[in-house]
Design a protein around this ligand. Sequence first.
Ligand SMILES: [Zn+2]
Length: 184
Amino acid sequence: MKILRLNKAGLPQCWVSKEIAATLCVKQQVVWSLGDKRSILHGGYNNEGLRSVLSIPPIIACEGKTSRQCLTPALSNRTLFRRDDHFCLYCGKQFPYGLLTRDHIIPSSQGGEDSWQNLVSACQRCNSFKGARTPEEAGMELLAVPFTPNIYEFMYLSNRQIIGDQMAYLQSRFRDSHRHWQAA
Ligand SMILES: [Zn+2]
């Protein structure tokens, strides 16, 4: 399980390990926190032979900056397929990770970019049928409009083991389009 690190204003920064979260707690950099399901981390022994125990909340808002300040989330096959909930956006069937491909809506050969808005998940069959054509040229229809995830959605996409409190926090800031997507 990872800990969701926010800045003081509540904007997600990154997922951190329990150990890093513990360090932030000890250094008193945690300004506020959320969530009931705390992780227990055992530390070292003190001079009296007592072991320190830290209880770490699932969401921590911290002072200071993280190295990641980039606003457009990095695109990987994993996050792309997860955005599309592992559906092929042409035939509408769901596939396991290994059977999906990354399809450029406007093909690279026609100047299509590697961007969240120009990429969708497609099964191998649909992708090879489409080839180096646009959906219009291939007579295919996209089942949903591809979107660039906001930082809350990206945090959701980039971690597969999110616990209830973290999910509730992130989901409250998903855009409506993403909620519809999830429900579709
Ligand atoms: Zn398909």
